[in-house]
Every structure is written in structure tokens, then in C-alpha cells.
Design a protein around this ligand. Structure first.
Ligand code: ZN
Length: 136
């Protein structure tokens, strides 16, 4: 599989505006804030180099991010690696015995995404991202 970069780091927060201040103090700025109803989160995108820091605020108590905040509090939630072919990556990781949360890709804020189970990745929630192909 071809893995090209850290697409983004996801950080679970109670409030994206309040959390953004930390990164603004470090010379970064919020590019945009969107709602992702499928995942019941509000996401603030903070670009840095070829990657992005994503602040994730739950918009509903049954959001997985809300459950995360409940048990662990604010902090690093997941690491997103960019792959060229997400189906091929999932097939290969499945064959190697990794536990997949998503056996088929679903739609995320950045393209097609799939999560691996942290129990098989050293307790790090890893998201694979195949970005939307750019139409010209
Ligand atoms: Zn993500």
C-alpha cells in the first residue's frame, strides 16, 4: 500500500472556538469550520504545512467524540494517514490481521475514510483517508 503523508490529526475538544486559541497563540489559524452531520461533529480545520490539525467538537451526546470526551477528556483522538487506494489498503490490512472498524470506506470531511481498531494498532485510533480526486 502507498501511504503518503499525515493527512490530519484529530483532537477531541468541548468547544472548537476555545480550543482554537491555543493554536492561534502558536501562529496558526483556523481555515474553516464545518458541521459533519454523519459523524455528529463540528470540525475546525487548522492547516499546518502539508497536514491539518482538526478540532472535533461533538454536536450530539451520542457522537463517538462525545463518548470519548466523557471517558478520557479532551486530547488527541486519532491520527489520519493518507493513502492512494483505500480499498487496496483495507484489503491488505485485513489480510495482515488488523481489525477494521470500517470494512468499506465511508464519506468523511476530507474524502473517503475508514478507521482501524485501536486494539490492533497499539491503542492509536488510525484513520485512512483517500482524498477526493480533484476535478478540473
Ligand atoms: Zn479524521
Amino acid at each position: 500500500m502507498k501511504t503518503t503523508r499525515i493527512n490530519h490529526l484529530g483532537i477531541a475538544v468541548q468547544d472548537v472556538q476555545a480550543a482554537a486559541a491555543v493554536y492561534e497563540a502558536m501562529g496558526l489559524s483556523v481555515d474553516r469550520v464545518i458541521e459533519v452531520p454523519e459523524q455528529k461533529v463540528r470540525v475546525a480545520f487548522i492547516p499546518i504545512g502539508e497536514s491539518t490539525i482538526e478540532l472535533l467538537q461533538p454536536t450530539s451526546p451520542d457522537s463517538t467524540v462525545a463518548q470519548y470526551l466523557e471517558t478520557r477528556g479532551e486530547g488527541l483522538h486519532h491520527l489520519a494517514l493518507e493513502v492512494e487506494d483505500i480499498e487496496a489498503a483495507l484489503t491488505e490490512l485485513d489480510r495482515q490481521g488488523y481489525r477494521l472498524i470500517d470494512r468499506t470506506p465511508r464519506r468523511g470531511a476530507e474524502g473517503r475514510i475508514a478507521f482501524l481498531h485501536p486494539r490492533s494498532t497499539g491503542r492509536v485510533l488510525i484513520e485512512l483517508v483517500e482524498p477526493e480526486s480533484q476535478e478540473d
